[in-house]
Ligand binder design. Sequence first.
Ligand code: ZN
Length: 1031
Amino acid sequence: MCLVFCIHGIFSVLIFWSLQNAGDVESTINILNVLDELLSAGTDRRIHYMITKGCSEALLTALVNTGRSFSPNFHLLLPLLHLLAKIGHRDRRIGVKAEDAGAALLTLNLLRQNIKYARRAAACLWVIQVFSSSVSTANLIGENHGLETVYRLIPHFTTKHLHAIKYVYLCSAHVPFLFLSPPTEANVCSVVSKGYVAGLLRLYEDWHAKAVQHGAVAICHSLLRCLHKVTHSTAGRQAFVSQGGIRLLYGTTQTCLLSKDLESLVEPSVQLMRKCLTKTPLPLTSDRSAYSFPMPGRAHAVPTEEDDNEAEDSKEADFDEDLETDLHKLRLRPDPDRPKELLPQYSRLCPELSHDFQVQMYKNANDFILLLWKRDHSNDQFSLNLSPALAQLEARDFHSHRSILNESHHGSMIDRLLEKHGVCIPHHEPKLYRAAAARTKSIPGFSLLAFPDFWGHLPTPGHEPMAPRKPNVQRYKVFEDVQRFLITDGIINQVVFDLEDSSLQCPSDSLRFFSGFECGNLRKAVRVRRWEYDLILNADVNSSQHTQWFYFEVSNMVAEVPYRFNVINCEKSNSQFNYGMQPVLYSVTEALEGRPHWLRTGTEICYFRNHFCPARGRRKTTFYTLTFTITFKHNEDVCYLAYHYPYTYSALTAHLKVLQNSVDPAKVFFQQQVLCCTLAGNPCPAVTITARPASRGWKDMHQVRNRPCIVLTGRVHPGESNASWVMKGTLEFLCSSDPVAQSLREAFVFKLIPMLNPDGVVNGTNRCDLSSEDLNRQWSKPDPVLCPTIYHTKGLLYYLNSIGRTPLVFCDYHGHSRKKNVFLYGCSVKETLWQSGSAVNTVGLKEDPGYRTIPKTLDRLAPAFSFNSCNYLVEKSRSATARVVVWREMGVLRSYTMESTHNGCDQGIYKGLQTGTKELQEMGGKFCHSLLSVTKDVKSLDSQRLIGHIDNDVLDHKSHNCFEDDEPPCVEQIEYSADCPAPNGADLDSDVNANATAADEEEDNDGHGEITSFSAFFFRAQQVDSNENKL
Ligand SMILES: [Zn+2]
C-alpha cells in the first residue's frame, strides 16, 4: 500500500510538473487524458490524494496559461475545464486557490466571450459554480457582474430555439447554483430592477406549456429554483406578486395535477406560492391577550417585553451544547433560596406527623354533597342555559351563553336531567361540580358552565385509532388558501365571534361560537367561506404568545355538512396533528341520549406554516395553521371542540371532595389542605394520603410517622390537560381498595399538589401563569408573591428536607405535544457527562443507578409507557425546572418529569391508537404500581409478591438522547422558506461527462448546430423525469 502511494506520489508530481510546463497542445491534451483516466478509474479517495499533491493548483496554472491568450484554444481548454470541474468539486479550498491563481475572473471572462457556444459556456459555468463554493470567490464573481452574465444565458432558454435544447438543458440544471450568487439584498434589487423576475416568469410559462410535449421538466425546475432564490428577499417576493407570479403558478399547478409527468413541479410551485403570499396581519387590534390582570406591585398589567419562547421545543439545533458539564453544578447543592426560619410554617402541611388519628372527621358522602348543594344554591351564580318551557330535554335548551336564567328554572332542569340519567359518572357529581365552579375566581368572571364539564368526564367507550393522513392533504388546503387571494367570489370574511365584543351580531345561517367559560379559549372566529371558519386563539394572560390550547362551544350547525376550521395562530413549529392526532368533540345531543363523552373527531387534518403575521409587529412572526374538517351529526346541536380532553380547576376541587368522601376512613387517611392562594385568589389544593395506623399503639404510630414521603405535582402548564387526567388516575388509585394501593399507603406518605397553576387553567392559558411566566422555569428562585404555588411547594420540600424526611420520589406530571407514548425525564450526572462527550473522568464518580428503577418497572407495567423515550440528562436550559431543582437542591435521586402524549402510542398494545381519558387515568394508576419497585427496604410490605421481581442490572438500556420529535419529517413541508431541492438529474460529474463526449462545436458555429443530439437529450430528459417520479 505504502509503496503504491509512494509511486503515485512521484508519478503525480511528474504529471503536474509536465502539465504546467508543457509546450505544445498535443502533449498537454495527452497529459489531461492520462489524468482523467487515472481519476475516473479510482475512487474519491484517489482524487483527494491527488488534491493533496497539488493537482488543483497544477490545473489552475494550466488554465490561466492557456486562457490568457488572445484566442484561446478550446481543444485544450474544454478538457481542462472539465477536469477542473470534477476535481474542484471535491476540493474544499478550490475557491481560494482559484483566486490566488487569478483563475476566477478569467473563467468568468471566458464564459462571457463564449455564451453562444453551448459546450464552452456549460464548461465555464460549472467551473464558476465550483469556485463559488467559497464565499469570497462568490463575492468576487458577483462584484464583477457574474449575475448579469448568468442571466444572459437564460434568454437562450427559449422554446423558440428547440434545436439548441441540449445546450439549454446542460446549462439549466446549473444556472440556479449561480443565479443570485451571492444572494445579497443589493443583488436581489438589481435582479428586480432589471426586470429579471418578470422574465423568469414568462420563460416559465413558455416552457411549462411545452413541458408535456418535450419533457423539458428539468428546465422548468431550473426556473423555479431561480425564482426561489429571488424570493428569499422582500423585494423579490413583491416583484413576484406584482408580476402575477401567484396566479401564474396557481394556474400551471392545476395543469400539473392532471399529469403524472409534471408531478415533480407541483411541490416547488406550492412552496413558492406559500412563500410569496402577502403577509396578512391577524384581524386583531392587539396581539396581547384579551385578558389582562394587574400584577401586585405594578400599576398596570404591562409585563416586561417577552423573550422568544423558552418552551419545550425551543432548542433543537444544539442539544449537546445545552447539556450541563460543570461538575460543580451537577453535584454541589446551591444555597437555599430562603432563611431556615421560614420553614416551620410548612409543618401544617404534614398532618400525619401530628394527627392523633382518633377523631374521624368524615361524613356520609351523599350528606356532604347535599350540604354543599344547599349552601351554594342560595346564591348560585352559575347556570346552564335552560329554556323553562320545554318538556323534552334538547341540546339547544342548553345553549348556554345568551342569558342567565333564574334559579328556579335551572334548578328544576338539572333535577330532571339527573332524574332521567342518574348519577352515571364515577367520581363525578354534577351538582357538586356546579357548586365548586361557583367559587372559582376567573379574570372575566365566568358565570356559565360548559356542558361537558358539568355532565361529562365519562371515558370514550372503545379505542380510537389515529387518523390516517390523506395523501397531499396539505397541498389541497394550501390551494384553498391561495384561492382566497385569486378568486374572491364566495369569500365572506365576516367576524362572527369576538371575545371582546359581546354585542356582535351573528348572521342567522352562521355557526355560533362561544368561549366564556372555565378553560375556554377562542378569541375570534371569522367566517371565510360559507362552510369555512378561521379561528384565532387568545394569547396567555398578560402576554402576546403561547397560543395552542383551545376549548370552545359551537352551535347552530347543519348536520352532515363538512365544515372546515382553521386555527390560524398556532405557534409551535410542528404538531402531532401531522401524525394522526385529532381534536376532541363533545355533543350535547349525544350526551342527552346517554353518551356524555368526548370523541376524537375531524378529517383532513394537517398543520403547516401560514401567511399570517402578528397584528402589530411582534418580533416572533411565524404562525401555523391547524386545519381540520368536521361533519356534525345533528342539526342545531350544541357541541364543544377542544385541543385535548378538558379538565378544569373546578373539576379538580369537586373531584377531591368526592374522593375525600369516598375513602374508607378506617383505612385511608386523606386530608385536603390549601397550599396557598393564587394571584387571582383561588386556593391551590394540597393532599396528603397514607394508611391510618393499625392501632394507636406506640409501634404503629411510630411506623406512620416514619413512612418515607412521595411528592407528586402536576398541571403547571395549563394546556397540558392530559397531566390532570393522569393525576386523576393516581388520586383515584391511591384512594382505592386495591391491595397494591393499600400496600403503598402503608409504605408511604403521599403528598400531592395536583394543579400547580390553577389560575392559568381557569383562564384557558396554554403555558403560563397570570404573571405571564412559565412556572416551570421559576424553581431556582421562585418569587413568593408572583409565583406563590411554586414558592410554597418548594418550601414544603425544603421543610421535609430539614426534618430529615426528604422525599424518596418526586414526579411532576406534564403533557407532550410533539411525541407519542408516556415517558420520564430524570437526572443523572454520569449519563449527562457521557452524552456531552465531556472530558471529565467518570470512572471514580459514584452514582446510585436507582433512578432507572421506576422507568424500567413502568416499561413492564404500563402499556402506554415507553422506556426508550426516557432520558436522564441535565440541561442548562432546564436548570430551573421542578425536576432538576428538586434533584439538585433537595437531593432527590428519583426526581422526574412525566410526559404524557396528547396523541397516542407507537408501541405496545395501544400502538396506533389515540389515548383517551381511560388510558391516561390507567397511566396514573400504573405509576403508583411502579412505586412498589422502590419499597424493597420497607419491611411491612410484601412488594415482591405483588410486583414480581425487579432486576437491578440497570445499564442495559441505553439512554435516548432526543428531546425533540421522534417523528420522521412530515410527508409534506410544514415550512416554506427552505430552498427548493435540486432535481435528481443535476449531477455535476455526469453532466461534465456528457459535455465531454458531445460532438465538437465548430468555432464559427452560431450555436444552432446541435440538431443531431436533440434525440439524445430527449432521451436523457425522460430518464431524469422518470427518476424524479420514482422519488
Ligand atoms: Zn409541560
